[in-house]
Design a binder for this molecule. Structure first.
Ligand SMILES: [Zn+2]
Length: 393
């Protein structure tokens, strides 16, 4: 007569859930012991009853086998990237759609909004009511704007930026300068469409069905003709004419960086410093961006993290567009290129994103590893970090 071990299935489910959520390193040891104790207990009960786990009823047997075969060598750590955050972050519908519509509306009805204070005022009213909605939802969920999912967060910071009359005037001026230059490349505003927006990269051009849709970072609206005219002219043969060089050159100007800061200010978490005692993370980012990304990456928030761990020296938080670097690397014996390597690795996370396979998240894909090896002193940096982690352990 088969015996039943009550609660085994439930225990297995709990353990599976805990693994999915991830466990802090400090709990790994205890967790392994727990699983082993349960497996042993099942085997002992069966032996005492003169039977084996193989003879357990189906669900119990499967739970036992799953527990016995768990690979306890690798226990995932809790994700801090917001995807598995414990607190509920609201999903606010429509904000991105409202922003997209407002963008196209301004482009196609530019003459309506330019030069007339009243009309621009109606845009600002529209923006403000959406901002209020987001603020209210955030408040009722006790969540801050920088915790929102990236598309909503970007939309929100864009609305905040454009709800200031001076910024809106810059935006409309940029659209106008581009529309003025378009005939010189043989396009009409119906065929070549510009949408400056809050985004992680500097610009993206996608031709589709005879139309060219150009998205660019909102911070470029700070520039006048000196930027927009060559921008349009070089868009005809972007590669040959070095459109990327132009964009990179202007993105490095203090004026751009200031505007970007104003744009992202409302969605940046309370600042901890990027400037350490020995290394400055922002300049590490600048060097990496120039060397490996043609300066095409926008600056994420980069902070020294006070929660250093011996094994992980950096972390990219998708939900906050933030790179954390372990403060154990802010040390005179750590060479700059090692800090740059950590920043580079974390930036690659932003570039590659998260691949979901069978419900599990993969971040260090083979494509990721391939790009990682592009780092000039990759092997040296890796070797240094593993020596450093042994030293800290
Ligand atoms: Zn990584």
């Amino acid at each position: 007569m088969p015996i039943r071990i009550s609660g085994l299935v439930k225990v297995h489910n709990e353990i599976r859930n805990r693994l999915q959520r991830g466990l802090p390193v400090a709990e790994h040891h205890r967790f392994r012991d727990q699983v082993r104790t349960i497996v042993l207990a099942v085997e002992t009960i069966c032996r005492n009853e003169g039977t084996t786990p193989n003879d357990l009823p189906g669900p119990s047997r499967r739970a036992y086998e799953a527990l016995k075969n768990l690979d306890l060598r690798v226990i995932p750590e809790p994700q801090t990237d917001g995807l598995h955050a414990q607190r509920k972050i609201p999903h606010i519908q429509n904000v991105t759609a409202i922003v997209r519509d407002a963008g196209t509306d301004m482009w196609h009805h530019l003459s309506r909004y330019r030069g007339e204070g009243l009309r621009a005022g109606s845009l600002i009213k529209r923006f403000e009511s959406t901002i209020d909605t987001v603020d209210e939802v955030c408040e009722s969920y006790d969540c801050r704007p920088w915790e929102l999912a990236a598309p909503t967060r970007h939309a929100y910071s864009w609305l905040r930026f454009l709800s200031e009359a001076d910024n809106l005037a810059l935006h409309l001026r940029a659209l106008w300068l581009v529309q003025e230059a378009l005939p010189r490349v043989g396009f009409t505003p119906g065929e070549w469409i510009l949408s400056p927006m809050a985004m992680r990269s500097l610009f993206r051009m996608s031709p589709k069905g005879g139309r060219i849709s150009v998205r660019c970072n909102e911070a470029f609206v700070t520039f006048g003709e000196e930027f927009w005219t060559p921008f349009v002219l070089r868009s005809r043969n972007p590669r040959q004419d070095g459109l990327g060089d132009l964009v990179g050159e202007f993105a490095n100007k203090p004026q751009f960086i200031e505007t970007l800061a104003a744009l992202e200010g409302p969605v940046l978490p309370a600042e901890e410093s990027a400037v350490g005692q020995h290394h400055d993370l922002n300049s590490a980012f600048d060097r990496v961006n120039r060397k490996y990304f043609d300066s095409a990456q926008t600056r994420p928030t980069i902070q020294w993290s006070l929660t250093p761990s011996a094994r992980t020296f950096g972390r990219f938080q998708f939900s906050q567009n933030r790179i954390l670097v372990a403060s154990s690397l802010d040390h005179p014996d750590v060479p700059s290129f090692v800090v740059e390597f950590v920043v580079y690795h974390e930036l690659l996370h932003r570039v590659h994103g998260i691949k979901k396979v069978n419900g599990r998240s993969h971040v260090h894909t083979s494509a990721f590893r391939g790009d990682e090896r592009e780092f000039e002193r990759f092997e040296e940096a890796e070797a240094f970090l593993s020596r450093w982690s042994r030293k800290l352990a």
